[in-house]
Each structure stands twice: as C-alpha cells, then as structure tokens.
Design a protein around this ligand. Sequence first.
Ligand code: KG4
Ligand code: ZN
Length: 351
Amino acid sequence: MRVLGIETSCDETAAAVVDGDGRVLSHAVLSQIADHRPFGGIVPEVAARSHLHHLDSLIRRALDGASTGVAGLSAIAATAGPGLIGGVLVGVMTAKAMAAAAKLPFIAVNHLEGHALTARFTDGVAFPYLLLLVSGGHCQILAVEGVRRYRRYGTTLDDAAGEAFDKVAKLLGLGFPGGPAIERAAKAGQDRFKFTRPMKGKPGCDFSFSGLKTAVRQAAEALPPGPLADRDVADLAASFQAALVDSLVDRVGRAAEKFTADYPAGRALVVAGGVAANQALRTALSGVAAGAGLTFAAPPPALCTDNAVMIAWAGLERLRLGLTDPLDFKARPRWPLDPTAAPAIGAGVKA
Ligand code: KG4
Ligand code: ZN
C-alpha cells in the first residue's frame, strides 16, 4: 500500500508518500513563513495563493522521491479541514481531481487527526492513549480510542497555546513564528516574573492563556520606558514559557488521573502539534507521564509542526479500515475530533 498525503490547511504546503509499513518514502514541504513574516502573522489570502502556486510541483517531487507515479498509489489523502478554508480547498480539489483521473480512493483527513495519530507510526503507540494536542489553533486533551474515536477531556476557553506563544513573541519584538523564538530567548532567561499559572488547581481539564498574555504585557509595560533590554526580554520569555508549561502540566496531570481510571488498559501519554516541538514542554510532560505510570511519546519536532507525512499516515490508517470518502465531500473550516464535546468559548478555527 502507498498513500499520497497533501497538507495545505495553514502556512505549509506539503506532499508525502507513506507505505503500508509506515515508511516515509518521500516528503516535500514548503514553508510560507517568509511570505507572512512582513505581516506578523498568517494572511489567509496569501496562504491560499501560495498553496495554489506550489502544490503541483511539490506533489511531483513527492512522487519522484518515492519513485512512483500516480498509478503506483493506493489512495490519495488530503487535509479537508479544519483550517484556513482557501488553502484547504486547494488541497482537497487537487486530491479529488487526481483521485478521479486515476480512479483511486479519495480520503478526507481531519488535520487534527493527522497530528493525533502521528505517534502511532513514529513510536508505535497502541490505542487507547491520552493526547495533548497543542498547536497554533488548538489546545485540547483527548482520550484517543481509535481512528475517528476521540473523547475530549479539556479544551481552551480562549487562546490556543501556540497562539499565546505567537502573541507574546510579537509583544516582545521576537518576530514570527513565536514559539521557536520564545524558546530560544527563554534559554538565556530566568523565571523572574513568576506569573500566575493559568487554571492551576481548578476542577476539570480546560485551559486559558489570554490572562497570561496580558500579565506579560503588563510586566513589560512596568519596566523602565524605552526599548526592552535583552535581559528583560529573556526573563519575560522564560517566565511566560515556565507559566504556560506549568499550566499544561497541571491540566495534563488531572487528565492523566481521569484517563487511567477510564481506560485501565491505556499506557501512553502522547503530545502532538506545533507546540510539542518545545523542549521544555517535552521534558515536563515526560515527568507527568512517569508520575501517572504512563509511557511518554513525542514525535520528532519536524513531525510535530504541520507536515504531509501525518496526513498520508492518517489516510493509510483509514484506508486499512475501509474509510474512504466520496468525491463530493465538502471541505470543513471547523471539524472537531469529538463532535459530542460542547464548543468552547472563543476557540480558534485553525489547526
Ligand atoms: O501545528 P502547527 O505547525 O500549525 C498549526 O497551528 O496548524 O503549530 C504551529 C504553532 C505556532 O503557534 C508556533 O509558534 C508553535 O506551533 N511552535 C512552537 C514551537 N515550534 C512551533 N511553540 C513553542 N515552542 C516551539 N519550539
Ligand atoms: Zn497543525
């Protein structure tokens, strides 16, 4: 089996081919970061145009890299949501056209499921497992029972974790994307500001980060006027990161208690999504897992941020279960993993 995966839901255009044993035969990725940097964030229209411009040649590269043509594929999978709809449509229309022309099955992949299932091929994690999904548009804790079977334990009431990193980085003049910039700056700093850990000790497993972002702004404004000194930027970044990580640790700790009671056979804590590339978070979560008697799995950073390997893999998992989709499947700007969970106030739409 060989599946082509296509990812166009945010600011990475990517195509990959994965085989039935979970081997990555090829992966072609083009980051649009340089296109968006002048705007300090992702501009949906710019993203959609860039996906349209580059996707065909990336698919060609992925097929060549896997030494296969379209005829050598078993199915074509594309992110069909959630995400910036202009970009999602580019990927979905391309995948449908290829599937129709080559008479191959089309698989509409939920981008979040791509992140959620990544640890199954990187670390061979078995269902059920506890998942912290932390990206630019989402922050959720879920019990993953199987393909398309998720139970949400908690979600963000306002910003996603990655969004908080990006906004704080902007405020500190560290540029875009904020996560890696904050992580770098934090290495030279200390937790001098001791911000309140959001939601720590509160019942449930929900998150909230907008108050922390405000606290960072107020602390920066309370410093002597003029440009921030390097030491202050480093300490603000380190203090923000420490508070955010502690908050996640508290929430995941509570979810782990629930998960080990709900699923006595569950063995792993998995972290996925762009923010899972953060080393301080990975180290802290491995401690939570050890404390709860769970193993810990975190995909390599390049497979935490958006990529097409995870879409090809999710397609493969679905193909094995016979879960293919009709060619009139409609792309979805919003597509929750657990449709029974109540929508959270102000939760983001991108993934
Ligand atoms: O999953 P992803 O690549 O894209 C979507 O949101 O769909 O996640 C991107 C987010 C951005 O907010 C970025 O700042 C954050 O992940 N991120 C990080 C790190 N690398 C990326 N956050 C913290 N530390 C990092 N090293
Ligand atoms: Zn993502």
